[in-house]
Each structure stands twice: as C-alpha cells, then as structure tokens.
Write a protein that binds this ligand. Structure first.
Ligand code: PLP
Length: 400
C-alpha cells in the first residue's frame, strides 16, 4: 500500500487534534432531520444566512452601495480562502463553479497531440468533460485509472504516470465514497514528468486540510456549496504563480488594472489586476454571494480544518463500527477521508434505499454504482447518528 507522507492531511488523523462538539445551534435544522449528506449540499449556518439577507437588503438600497465595497469584499474572501490553502490572496481567483476553474485550466495548459491526460474512474463530470474536450481539440488521449481492487488510488495513479503525461486532473478524495489520494506524492511525480496538476477539491476543502505548498498544484478549484459551507454559485481557484500570466476565458472591466476607479473605466487598458485576479469571473464582485462566502470561511477557519477532519472522522468511525453487524464493507481506514463513509453492499446499493431513509427525514445519498455516501458534518448530533443506524438497520432487514 502506498505510504503517505506526514503532511497537513496526516496531522488531523494523528494526535493533537481537538474534537469539536456538536455545532447544531449554529444551523437552522429541525430536530427531526438527520442530515448526513454534506457531499450533496451543505446547509447554511445562521451567520451565513444573515450575511445573505443583509446583502439582499443592501441591493434594495443601491445608493448605499459604495464602489469600494465591491473590491474590499472580494479581497477579504480571497484572503480567507488563501489562508485555508496556504496561499497568498493574489493567488486566488473568484469562480462561479468548479467547471469554470477547469475551463480556465483547460485554456492554459499545453496538451500536445498524442500526450495523455490522467483522470480517475467515475470522476466527477466537471473534472472530466473539460479534459475530454481538450483532448478532442489537441489530439491527446484520456487515460482513466481503473478503480483499484485494494482501494489504493495513490499507487494506482502513480502507476499510470509516465513520460508523455501532460496533465493529471484529480480530486483529493473520490466523490462517491471518500477514497483518499496522496496529492503531495502525486504532485511530486507529476512535476518530475513535467505534467500539470489540476485539483478539484470541491468534495474535501473545508473538511480536509490541504496546503498548496505541499501539493504544488498548477490549479486547484473548489465550489463553496458543500464542505466550504457557503452559497451555491460560487467557488475559488488557486492559480500557481507560474500560471498567473495566463489567458482568462472572459474579458471584463473588473479584472483590468485600475478598475477600482469607476470614473476611468473607459480609459481602456491592456494590463490586468495583479496575480490570479485576471481569472476572476465577470461580476465576481457578487454583492450577494461574496458576503456569505466570507461568513462561512471565517467560521471554518475559526474551527480549523484539522479539527473539523478529526471530529468528522470520529463520527464516521463510530458509524462504521455500529454498522459492522449489517455486513456492509467500507474502505480501509487509512485510505478514506474522515468526512466520508462509503457503505458498500455486496449486491449493490438496494433500490430506493436513500429514498426510504429520506421519507423518515434521514438523509444520505448514492452516487456511482456501489456505495451509499454518508457525509455528516458538525451539525450532526448523537441522536442523528442513532436514527441513521436504526433506520438503515431496519431498512436492510426489510430488504433481506
Ligand atoms: C467532486 C465534485 N466537483 C464538483 C462538483 C460541482 O461541480 P460544478 O461546480 O461544476 O457544478 C461536485 C458536485 O457534486 C462534485 O462532487
């Protein structure tokens, strides 16, 4: 089995992490709802809803919106996200989605004819379609790493990296079951081969520590509506310094140098705002979503991703242990991200299982073909854990 390095990801699983008690009071979740489905959409904290409501009210009174608000809020969001991934604010661009970040990477990574782009079996489509299209345009080949029988994706990916690899496009953990990849090790091999590294961290960032100084990706994107506990329709893109002179996929006023001065917007300029800001999406100064993302990032940073990961791992470990008598299998502990529990059923996930749970207000999801995806977060209470275990046990007995 591939032995991971001691990096920030490891720190959370080892000693020293603080277990965060249940934080349900920060959310607006009815007592009878057990929501173990953060990988689908996270609920918003009350503080994030308040930020969104205040933002909506502000738009009702536009005469109170000052031009400097736009830029200062975007910079605050950038700074907070940068802190989360160990980057500088100038390395971060504001996105509307994961796929937008992938589109920027696809427009800027040189993929010569006949070279290879490496992805995982059943990888999330926003991290596959852009590469299929890039491969079609350039005459490159997509290489899909098959699901390894031993669940060791890191070794499987490393075995597929060879001369002629132009790009490795991966997640930090598989979106269907949380299988973990050692991105630092993969990053090292990719760099040795001269291959670019694109990371979609949408199903991990906020809950699983990642430091770009260890992984050294060319690009890393995350949408905010899952583990970043933020709004839908927003995300962030880390762009490595050596990629920051690249080509944006749209040209708009606010990415140009000096655009803070609203009176001089028609003094058209060729130069951009510094760093990764040139890649910002149009209307990146989104006065509705940016304040919500800021409120969510502030809380995540206050908790700390290592402590979030340790706390969620404790929760999924407890569930795993309690579900063992049902004969379900799970990934080896060292190979699964702590915020995920993928439950595998010998004969596939029973039809309508997720719907039967949902009918009782207990929520998990099924993605891919084999596993039920259980993804709790800090709002999940001991009672929710009990209800999940009891209901799943009952549903499976009825199915048997
Ligand atoms: C791994 C992963 N990436 C990205 C997304 C969302 O992609 P997009 O922001 O392009 O809609 C999802 C949604 O489920 C996902 O699971």
């Amino acid at each position: 089995m591939h032995q991971p390095d001691a990096g920030p990801e490891r720190a959370s699983a080892s000693g020293g992490a603080r277990f965060i008690p249940c934080q349900r009071h920060l959310f607006d979740i009815p007592d009878d709802v057990a929501y173990l489905n953060c990988a689908y959409i996270s609920p918003l904290m009350k503080s994030v809803v308040a930020a969104g409501e205040a933002a909506a009210r502000r738009k009702a009174r536009p005469w109170e919106i000052l031009p400097e608000h736009f830029f200062s809020e975007a910079e605050t969001a950038r700074t907070l996200f940068a802190r989360l991934v160990g980057a500088a604010a100038g390395d971060i661009a504001i996105m509307p989605s994961t796929s937008y970040g992938a589109a920027i990477a696809a427009a800027n990574i040189d993929i010569p004819r006949g070279e290879r782009i490496v992805v995982l079996h059943e990888q999330f489509p926003s991290n596959v379609y852009p590469w299929r299209e890039a491969a079609r345009r350039s005459g490159a080949e997509i290489v899909t790493v098959p699901r390894p029988a031993d669940d060791d994706w890191t070794s499987a990916v490393l075995a597929h990296l060879a001369a002629g690899t132009a790009l490795v496009a991966l997640p930090h953990c598989h979106w269907t079951d949380g299988a973990l990849l050692d991105l630092a090790a993969i990053g090292r091999r990719a760099r040795a081969l001269g291959a670019a590294l694109f990371i979609d961290a949408t199903q991990s960032l906020g809950a699983l520590p990642l430091d770009v100084r260890d992984v050294q990706p060319d690009y890393l994107v995350a949408a905010t509506y899952k583990w970043l506990l933020g709004p839908y329709g927003m995300g962030f893109l880390y762009v490595a310094p050596h990629r920051q002179a690249g080509r944006p996929i749209e040209e708009h006023w606010s990415t140009r140098a000096g655009s803070e001065d609203f009176s001089r917007l028609v003094d058209y300029r060729d130069s951009y705002q510094p760093g990764a800001r040139r890649f910002d999406v149009g209307e990146k100064l989104n006065i509705h979503l940016v304040p919500m993302a800021i409120a969510a990032l502030q809380q995540i940073l206050a908790w700390g991703t290592a402590d979030i990961q340790a706390s969620l791992r404790a929760m999924t470990d407890r569930l795993e242990k309690r579900l063992q008598p049902l004969g379900l299998t799970t990934l080896p502990r060292a190979l699964r991200a702590g915020h995920y529990l993928g439950l595998r059923f010998a004969a596939g996930v029973p039809d309508t299982l997720a719907q039967r749970l949902a009918a009782e207000n207990v929520h998990a999801s099924v993605r891919g073909r084999d596993a039920m995806r259980v993804t709790p977060h800090l709002w999940v209470s001991a009672r929710d854990e009990d209800r999940f275990v009891e209901l799943l046990t009952r549903a499976l007995r009825q199915t048997a």
